[in-house]
Design a protein around this ligand. Structure first.
Ligand code: SF4
Length: 146
């Protein structure tokens, strides 16, 4: 399965931090139990995230045979724009709306659902650290990503 590099980095950092805290909290003397609690919390985040991941072992040919339906989780999108860099014909940050709204980043809009190959759209969705791009099979309704 392919995951966004940034997402992988976040998970690895959380895991590493959790393990470090667990080691520091090993000698359970006065107050170090809090380190263990924090360690369990940090380690559980990437574990839960990995369970939510959908395994997509499709070859490019399999992916491109499907009709994808795109949805945006506008609450989750933070305007990082890695999706825009990968699929500029499909996604665009609506810079014009910045002038009229009290927001610090431009909202993402879909320009053209068919503006790139399904594999490119899947790559763009997987590059999103916030998993704000939701892909489904338009015919079966099957969730493709995340
Ligand atoms: S969908 Fe994800 S990658 Fe694209 S702009 Fe929003 S946060 Fe960034």
């Amino acid at each position: 399965m392919k995951r966004g590099l940034r997402s992988f980095g976040i998970d690895a950092s959380l895991l590493g931090g959790g393990v470090a805290l667990a080691i520091l909290g090993m000698p359970l003397v006065s107050g170090r139990w809090i380190l263990i609690v924090l360690a369990v919390g940090l380690i559980s985040i990437p574990v839960v995230r990995s369970k939510n991941l959908q395994t997509t072992f499709w070859t490019p040919r399999e992916v491109n045979r499907r009709t994808l339906k795109l949805e945006l989780d506008k609450e989750a999108c933070m305007g990082v724009a890695s999706c825009v860099k990968l699929a500029p014909q499909v996604f665009k940050l609506d810079e014009a709306s910045l002038k009229s709204a009290f927001i610090s980043y431009a909202p993402l809009v879909i320009l053209d659902e068919k503006g790139a190959s399904n594999q490119t759209i899947l790559d763009a969705a997987m590059s999103c650290p916030y998993r704000a791009i939701i892909l489904a099979d338009a015919n079966s309704g099957e969730r493709v990503y995340p």
